[in-house]
Design a protein around this ligand. Structure first.
Ligand SMILES: [Zn+2]
Length: 464
């Protein structure tokens, strides 16, 4: 993957709207250094179609890609998030570092092909099969970084503090032993990864708290203080209020609902991403919007797990910010997350075009722009608002204007067709941090990545 010096765009979506004849220039790290309007192509390569900013994927558990589709058979009684989680624990017991890397590389390749140019990896699979740390405590984290290098996409790596199995500091279960760290152990992984990210645009570390179930208030406070000394200003992510059982347990423990408790007891602000935040009261919705934190929505996973529906209409009406993530990877498609987000609202409200800005505005275009900005914030990307701006990683998606689903569409009607009517083959080329990673719909390392995944998945099956 050779660094490019830039790209000439006949048509491109810039932060202030669509523009024609724009020359984008990159430095060797893959950062955008110039956005020149009314330019000539000069010696720059020319984009093969309309260019939109790459979508940041704000929530991923890479290993879960290998079990996508394996939990869709009816069990003996009612299936829920919690029965899915048992299936996931069974799968986790067998994973090796080599397999974890091969799975993540395949996933990140698929992300690139479907319009994601960077990912926030919410990483909690830390230890060996017996629950003991590897000789290098950051072994599994390094595998994630290696996978991002292989696939060529940006990475915000979020080692996860996971210490307990339930509110009030309950001891972890056997199925969770590969996830468990104390605060110092977790911070040593964060520090090791900060020093390993290399000099490439679109790479950084942050920290995740698995959930209020998994960390005590003291551990949360100590972890946040430790993060400040290792990586000041770094992103902080947490799973929250995904399940009504979790809300009930939180109320039993503290007298407060999870989002209410967090807003009252943690410095929640623009550095924070509250993943799911599905079950909110109107008051929590307003307060979350006012905090400036990102709501990390994962609509296809939330639908697959039967979580419930985030109150997107009231949240956006209050100026709330959101981005999207593929989480369990039951779907890996930037367009599909936005489509399912809007369709969930249509189904319950029995109306169309619910998540709208103002009259005449494009739903696909509005959702796409908002998720690019919110995703960039959640990943801790350099420039506020994200997208195609000087100082940002050069993360670009070239749509396939010859795809019959997109023919005769332009500008925001193109985004509407991409989000609502395309079939997964609407992305032609992808540039991540100034390097071409997808060309004509194929990843530049596709054969090698798929072959490594095939070996890994065959090995896992033999292990059972
Ligand atoms: Zn998650």
């Amino acid at each position: 993957m050779e660094p490019m010096s830039g790209l000439f765009c006949d048509r491109v979506l810039l932060p202030d709207g669509w523009a024609a004849n724009v020359a984008l220039r990159f430095d060797g790290r893959g950062t955008l250094t110039a956005v020149e309007r009314d330019a000539e192509p000069g010696g720059l390569p020319r984009a093969s179609g309309p260019v939109i900013p790459g979508m940041p994927n704000l929530h991923s558990h890479a290993f879960q890609r290998a079990m996508a589709g394996l939990a869709e058979r009816a069990g003996p009684s009612e299936d829920s998030f919690w029965t899915w989680r048992e299936a996931m624990y069974g799968f986790v017991r067998r994973l090796t570092p080599e397999a974890a890397e091969a799975i993540a590389a395949l996933l990140y390749m698929e992300m690139a092909k479907q319009g994601y140019t960077a990912v926030a990896e919410f990483h909690y699979l830390h230890h060996d099969r017996d629950g003991r740390p590897y000789a290098d405590r950051a072994e599994m984290s390094r595998r994630i970084l290696a996978a991002a290098d292989t696939a060529g996409i940006g990475l915000t790596h979020l080692p996860v503090l996971y210490a307990h199995s339930g509110f009030g500091g309950k001891p972890p279960s056997d199925g969770q032993k590969r996830f468990i760290n104390d605060v110092d152990g977790l911070l040593s992984i964060v520090a090791a990864m900060r020093d390993s990210m290399g000099d490439r645009a679109g790479r950084r570390v942050g920290l995740a708290l698995h959930s209020l179930r998994a960390v005590t208030p003291e551990e949360m406070r100590d972890a946040l203080a430790g993060l400040e000394s290792i990586a000041p200003g770094a992103p902080i992510h947490i799973h929250i209020a995904e399940q009504t059982a979790e809300v009930d347990d939180c109320v039993a423990w503290s007298g407060k609902r999870p989002v209410e408790w967090l807003l009252d007891n943690a410095p929640v602000g623009p550095r924070w991403c509250l993943v799911h935040a599905t079950h909110l009261t109107p008051n929590e919705t307003d307060r979350l919007a006012a905090s400036g934190a990102i709501a990390g929505l994962c609509p296809t996973t939330e639908a697959n797990l039967g979580d419930g529906l985030f109150p997107a209409g009231p949240f956006l009406a209050k100026g709330g910010r959101f981005g999207v993530g593929s989480d369990s990877h039951i779907s890996v498609s930037a367009a599909e997350e936005l489509r399912v987000l809007e369709y969930g609202q249509r189904l319950v409200q029995r109306r169309r075009n619910v998540l709208r800005a103002d009259e005449g505005s494009s739903i696909g275009g509005g959702l796409y722009r908002a998720a690019v900005a919110g995703g960039a914030q959640a990943l801790g990307q350099p420039v506020a608002g994200g997208g195609i701006r000087v100082g940002q990683p050069a993360d670009l998606v070239v749509l396939d204007a010859d795809n019959p689903k997109l023919l005769s569409r332009d500008d925001d009607s193109l985004l509407d067709a991409y989000v609502f009517a395309s079939d997964g083959h609407a992305v032609r080329d992808v540039v991540a941090a100034g390097r071409t990673v997808v060309r004509d719909g194929r990843h530049v390392r596709e054969d090698a990545i798929v072959a490594a995944y095939r070996r890994a998945i065959t090995g896992l099956r033999q292990d059972t």
